[in-house]
Write a protein that binds this ligand. Structure first.
Ligand SMILES: Cc1ncc(COP(=O)(O)O)c(C=O)c1O
Length: 415
């Protein structure tokens, strides 16, 4: 064991990790779609560094944007002050976001983006004189992050059950994944019979990532949006995983022509460089919070590093890069995937392959085989991380055709 590995073992506690079985792999550098460990071994970053890398590592344009901002300002608060990268990124986000979203509230992670949407929706209804609208609808197997508010609208038993007593209880709607969606929509409609008590419905659009890449039937999101609108219940769309080109369009909402009341963004917002998140809201929501300072209508929420200028500067360049070339590359790879995934699905080790754009779940026949397969993939030059029995592919959107071949051969060899 190297000195760094031993020191890690001695001082660290890693997320979502059984530390009693922890075997460190120390990453020293990044190079395009690859990560390099301290021994100089190269690995394709098959899960985009936990689903956030968009353009590969050390992209010259992102590096330059970050350096240029560093020459000016690393951080100043967004509470009572503002700065150019924060302003410009918000303006460009709103240009490309679903229509109707006009305001950007920054934070630092997907979980905080969700907390903010929940709190803003809740406070909105208090402010407009509908104080009984306090509850949230969410899907079975939903995942919206690990802070308590986000866990309260989560539905993954193995992650969330233990914290039950701490949570605001939400109303579960069965996930439409694997069905035609009609039973789930009927449950939404029934729950909305009590719309006077419901603030919002929060959904991951098109695909539930952390649940194991569960794909929704086409039209489901649009139908949910229509039901929410009809019953005056906010729709919160959590595009933390699907946003920034991941499903083949800039946002998954575009695929169903849906304009939510809140849009939660994080992960890919900085191309995977720095922690940043944004909760986008409509002018109607924003307007309800306006008044004289003494009325105390404003939103009492903020984090120290909200709108960090380095993160915003990289985010701005990342968005431009996506539109210049990366989105087109992702679309080309998505087109190549069909054949690759049909080959994988024929493996006797594979139970089912599910995908939406460059979010892919390969469910294995053998229970508990996911972690072993992902560990073996390292020997074949690919870094993967499973969700239970599901091997996840979530490569950078700059994935090249030969790298897709590597992903396939390494995965098949590891199975
Ligand atoms: C849909 C969705 N929402 C929220 C989150 C939480 O984001 P973060 O880990 O940045 O808090 C995730 C993370 O995987 C996610 O997939």
């Amino acid at each position: 064991m190297t000195t760094l590995e031993a020191l890690d073992q001695a001082v660290l506690w890693h997320p979502f990790t059984q530390m009693a079985e922890w075997d460190p792999l120390v990453i020293a550098s990044g190079d395009g779609n690859f990560l390099v460990d301290t021994q100089g071994r190269r690995y394709l970053d098959g899960v985009s560094s936990l689903w956030c890398n968009v353009h590969g590592h050390r992209h010259p344009r992102l590096d330059a944007a970050l350096r240029a901002q560093l020459e000016r300002l690393a951080h100043s608060t967004f509470l009572g002050l503002t700065h150019e990268p924060g302003i410009r990124l918000a303006a460009e986000l709103l240009e490309v976001a679903p229509r109707g979203l006009t305001r950007v509230f920054y934070s630092d992670s997907g979980s905080t983006a969700v907390e903010i949407a929940l709190k803003q929706s809740f406070q909105y209804w208090q402010l407009v004189g509908r104080p009984t609208k306090q509850r949230f609808l969410r899907l079975g197997d939903a995942y919206h992050g690990d802070t308590l508010g986000a866990v309260g609208v989560g539905g993954i038993d193995v992650f969330h059950r233990i914290f039950g007593p701490l949570l605001v209880q939400s109303i579960r709607i069965p996930s439409p994944a694997g069905t035609d969606g009609s039973a789930s929509l009927a449950a939404v409609e029934a729950a909305l019979g009590n719309a006077d008590e419901i603030a919002a419905f929060i959904v991951e659009p098109l695909i539930q990532g952390a649940a194991g890449m569960l794909v929704h039937p086409p039209g489901y999101l649009r139908a949910v949006a229509e039901l929410c609108r009809r019953h005056s219940v906010h729709l919160i769309v959590d595009e933390v995983a699907t946003g920034f080109g991941r499903t083949g369009t800039l946002f998954a909402c575009e695929r169903e022509d849906v304009s939510p009341d809140f849009l939660c963004l994080a992960k890919g917002i900085t191309g995977g460089y720095l922690p940043l998140a944004a909760t986008l809201a409509t002018e109607e929501v924003f307007g309800a919070f306006l008044g004289a300072r003494s009325e105390m209508r404003h939103f009492f929420h903020g984090h120290t590093y909200t709108a960090n200028p380095l993160a915003c500067a990289v985010g701005l360049e990342s968005l431009r890069l996506l539109r210049d070339s990366t989105l087109a590359n992702a679309q080309a790879r998505i087109a190549d995937l069909e054949l690759v995934l049909s080959r994988l699905a024929r493996s006797p080790k594979v139970k089912e392959v599910r995908s939406c754009g460059l979010m892919i779940g390969i469910e294995l026949v053998d229970e508990g085989a996911g972690l072993t397969a992902c560990h073996r993939a390292r020997e074949h030059g690919v870094l993967l991380r499973p969700l239970g029995d599901v091997v996840v592919w979530m490569p950078p959107l700059t994935l090249q055709a030969d790298e897709l071949v590597l992903l396939e051969t390494a995965t098949l060899a590891s199975l």
